[in-house]
Design a protein around this ligand. Structure first.
Ligand SMILES: Cc1cc2nc3c(=O)[nH]c(=O)nc-3n(C[C@H](O)[C@H](O)[C@H](O)COP(=O)(O)O)c2cc1C
Length: 172
């Protein structure tokens, strides 16, 4: 399958190269799209090296291509891992203010979407976050909910991203 892996700016972004490797091992072709925040947490160069595919960090080009449309057409499946509270909100509200959100909006409704949220426990349990998750689920997205773990913020609780192998196993 052609898979776009969207990576937003959660600390679990450091695990994104492992997700790419697990998907490639299963025979998939993976192209990564990073939000601006994600580029602070994982490098485009590492992702390009493990995917052996171009990596996208901006909607703006000078070669006449339109990555938000091209990637939306190319993808059989879009996985977003980690999905921040911010990106869930922007997806749910139909915002299109960067490459990842614009591509998400440009996806044909029949395309499969797998969202893998990860965040601080208090953030995850906020009603507004749960309402965005419910909106996205109602729109057809599959949600791989965060699990209990020791979080980067020092708390123990629900909010940790599921492991890369679990994500790849869910993709199939
Ligand atoms: C070190 C660090 C770690 C963060 N981890 C998370 C996280 O795990 N989940 C989350 O929802 N936001 C997290 N944030 C906040 C997001 O980076 C912030 O909301 C950002 O605007 C997200 O942008 P994006 O959704 O475009 O990637 C973190 C911020 C910092 C500075």
């Amino acid at each position: 399958m052609n898979i776009v892996l969207g990576i937003s700016g959660g600390i679990a972004a450091y695990k994104a190269p492992e997700i790419v490797r697990a998907l490639v091992k299963r025979g998939h072709t993976v192209r990564c799209v990073l939000t601006s925040a994600a580029t602070r947490l994982v490098t485009a160069e590492a992702l390009a090296a493990v995917s052996r595919q171009p990596v996208f960090t901006s909607a703006w080009t000078t070669d006449g291509s339109m990555p938000h449309i091209d990637l939306a057409r190319w993808a059989d499946l879009v996985v977003v891992a980690p999905a921040t509270a911010d990106v869930l909100a922007r997806f749910a509200l139909g915002m299109a203010d960067d490459l990842l959100t614009t591509m998400f909006l440009a996806l044909e409704p029949a395309k499969r979407v797998l969202l893998v949220p990860a965040m601080n426990t208090v953030m995850w349990h906020k009603a507004v976050v749960q309402s965005h998750v419910a909106t996205l689920r109602a729109g057809g997205a599959q949600i791989l909910a965060p699990v209990e773990g020791s979080l980067a913020c020092g708390e123990q609780g629900v909010g940790a991203m599921v492991e890369p192998e679990t994500i790849a196993g869910t993709v199939g």
